[in-house]
Write a protein that binds this ligand. Structure first.
Ligand code: ADP
Length: 287
């Protein structure tokens, strides 16, 4: 099962002086169960791409298949697609509007035509999944902290029971603790709940830590699509695209240049720690 894009192009304002081709010949298959990081410089086409995945934007040309079915076919059920491919926009808390947190999270399922009881049950379950404590459920979303608002908005999408969860910079503007908490929750939804995740991020550290596949966009095209470790080996090319590797990758490279016995493909702090400790203990052993 997958979402598959074939030769997808997208052009904003095609017949005007503002014509802008934002997607150029995108070929991509997102398999169920993956955790995908999507990176690229500002304006590289990430937001445009993710809005194609649930049919919110329609390709200028090319085809998208959801579970093998062409989503542009006549009578294709776009509403069902949008429920299954959940999209959390940047700063999703701007879209909170109900009087209580619980009602806000109920909004999506209610739109699917579910009974009030079922909506509430799903909303409660989703709020638990994102780790928002029960004492907040009857509060106004506007009384919550930034991180809590973000969780509420994510719960609103989860309450639709999507198979795919696409998040556009879910941690933007949050403090370090809030960032880690939210990403850890998402990772556990992926691991325990089998949710396929697509995470748009500007943090190389985050995608290195959480993603098993990394897609790099550059001027509307996919430049790399591989494991994070393989992609970050090309850090010089990434730099030319206005990106970089995680900082520990550079530290590890410098240590290696200085003769330390450290592997080439370090991308997370934990890996760096283990490799450095190992190198230090072998130095000591050799004394
Ligand atoms: P990213 O999410 O990677 O920052 P976007 O998908 O937002 O990139 O933008 C891709 C390109 O399309 C950029 O050059 C951007 O300026 C252009 N673009 C985005 N939205 C619009 C729009 N509504 N009208 C015209 N051009 C747009």
């Amino acid at each position: 099962m997958s979402i598959k894009l074939e030769n997808v192009h997208y052009i904003y304002s095609p017949d005007t002086a503002f014509r802008k081709q934002a997607l150029k010949d995108i070929n991509l298959e997102i398999m169920d169960g993956q955790f995908i990081g999507l990176i690229g410089h500002t304006g590289s086409g990430k937001s445009t791409l993710i809005q194609h995945l649930n049919g919110l934007m329609r390709a200028t040309s090319g085809t998208i298949y959801y579970q093998g079915e062409n989503i542009y076919a006549d009578k294709y059920d776009m509403k069902a697609l949008r429920a299954q491919v959940g999209l959390v926009f940047q700063y999703p808390e701007h879209q909170l509007f109900e009087v209580t947190v619980l009602k806000d999270v109920c909004f999506g399922p209610a739109n699917l035509g579910l009974s009030a009881e079922e909506c509430e049950q799903r909303a409660k379950e989703a709020l638990k999944l994102v780790g928002l404590k029960e004492k907040y459920w009857q509060k106004s979303p506007f009384e919550l902290s930034g991180g809590q608002k973000r969780r509420t908005a994510i719960a609103g999408v989860l309450a639709m029971h999507p198979k795919y969860l696409i998040l556009d910079e879910p941690t933007a503007g949050l403090d370090p603790k809030g960032r880690t908490d939210i990403l850890d929750q998402i990772a556990s939804l992926h691991e325990l709940g089998g949710l396929t995740v697509i995470l748009v991020s500007h943090s190389m550290e985050d995608v290195a830590k959480y993603a098993d596949r990394l897609i790099v966009m550059d001027h509307g095209r996919i430049r790399f699509d591989d494991t994070p470790k393989h992609v970050f080996r090309h850090y010089k090319t990434l730099e030319e695209m206005g990106l970089a590797a995680p900082q520990v990758t550079y530290i590890a490279a410098r240590l290696r240049e200085k003769g330390w016995d450290i592997p080439e493909d370090i991308t997370t702090v934990d890996e760096a720690k283990n490799a450095i400790l190992k190198a230090v203990s072998s130095l000591k052993g050799g004394q």
